[in-house]
Design a protein around this ligand. Structure first.
Ligand code: P6P
Length: 337
């Protein structure tokens, strides 16, 4: 993409690229716009999080006597409200909701054809220590007939069926990074005027990198293949040892690794037989972005986006980032089998 596109607003970008989206009907554009709006609202609260009236467990009351909401509950409500009020999607699944939410399911005139799966505030335990967090979203076309209530089948789709995916990273600056299957583009929020500007066109993972991101505190519980790969990263040989960088916020580690080159791993362990991350609203969207940015995402053996989902909140082991680094980790996993 020509750099002449730099500083294009997100709104201009959506309009200009709508025609390139094969399902162009304006509905997906309206969906991305609604995510943009919710991201700005959540960003405003995340940036206030240091103030006493927003930190705390749900169920308390804040200084105005309002029901206290934890930020992840707040973010969940905002994203759901924004997409519901604009009558854009027919169903939403969220990490914060036990079951999926059918929207206007009694209205047979509901012609909406998209479902959204969302982690409204990933890494929210970092909020109280002022470390960056993120929102992750994944979009599918429904597979059940339009005008009927959505079913679980509309959500349990393989990641390779996604029509869009992205994240908002609430960091030193707030960015919206997303794909509709035609590359990955990053937009930075100018908080003074509430506008997202195209700051990172056509984002690509470098094929190689020197950063590995994993919680090494779990080392003794990892599979042998992961242990061997971590030792490989730490060996003095060629361009190694690599640098260890682990923020404890998937979106932030992913974002840095996509820009600089690197690998993120949340493997299974003797403590968590399927790892910690959720397939549907963490691993699938990040895998779509990774592949669209010339990277790779697997569970150590299989492509993430070919895993057949069986339940809404299922967990999978997750290895994602620069293609050559992921393939080297997979080689260690295979050799340790
Ligand atoms: P641990 C945050 O809770 C999260 O889902 C990811 O964003 C992050 O990478 C990971 O879990 C951190 O988990 O077990 O290393 O603290």
């Amino acid at each position: 993409m020509a750099n002449s596109k730099l500083n294009q607003t997100l709104g201009e970008f959506i309009i200009e690229n709508q025609s390139s989206f094969k399902y162009t009907s304006g509905e997906l554009s309206r969906l991305i716009n609604s995510i943009r709006l919710a991201a700005k609202v959540v960003n405003h609260e995340v940036n206030k999080a240091g103030l006493v009236d927003i930190i705390g467990a749900a169920g308390d009351t804040n200084i105005q006597g309002e029901d206290q909401q934890k930020l992840d509950v707040y973010a969940n409500d905002k994203f759901i409200q924004t997409m519901t009020k604009r009558n854009i999607v027919c169903g939403i699944a969220s990490e914060e909701e036990d079951d999926f939410i059918a929207i206007n399911s009694q209205d047979e005139n509901n012609q909406n054809k998209y479902v959204v799966l969302i982690d409204p505030l990933d890494g929210s335990s970092n909020i109280d220590v002022n470390v960056s967090v993120g929102t992750i979203f994944s979009v599918f076309r429904r597979v059940t007939p339009v005008g009927t209530p959505v079913t679980i089948d509309d959500f349990l789709q393989k990641g390779n069926q996604q029509v869009a995916a992205g994240y908002v990273v609430y960091g030193t600056s707030t960015m919206l990074v997303y794909t509709t299957g035609d590359g990955v583009n990053g937009f930075t929020l100018n908080p003074a005027i509430g506008t997202f500007y195209l700051s990172h066109p056509d984002m690509q993972f470098p094929e190689d990198g020197k950063i590995y991101s994993v919680n090494e505190g779990n080392y003794i519980h990892f599979p042998l293949g992961i242990k061997n790969y971590i030792k490989y990263c730490q060996m003095e040989e060629g361009d190694r040892p690599y640098t260890s960088r682990y923020i404890g916020s998937l979106v932030s580690d992913f974002h840095r690794n996509m820009i600089k080159g690197g690998i993120y791993m949340y493997p299974k362990s003797s403590l968590a037989s399927n790892g910690k991350l959720r397939l549907l609203y963490e691993c699938n969207p990040m895998a779509f972005l990774a592949e669209q940015a010339n990277g790779k995402a697997s569970d150590g053996f299989n492509r993430i986006m070919e895993i057949e989902p069986t339940e809404l909140h299922q967990r999978v082991p997750f290895i994602c980032g620069s293609k050559n680094m992921v393939e080297k980790a997979e080689e260690f996993m295979r050799n340790a089998e």
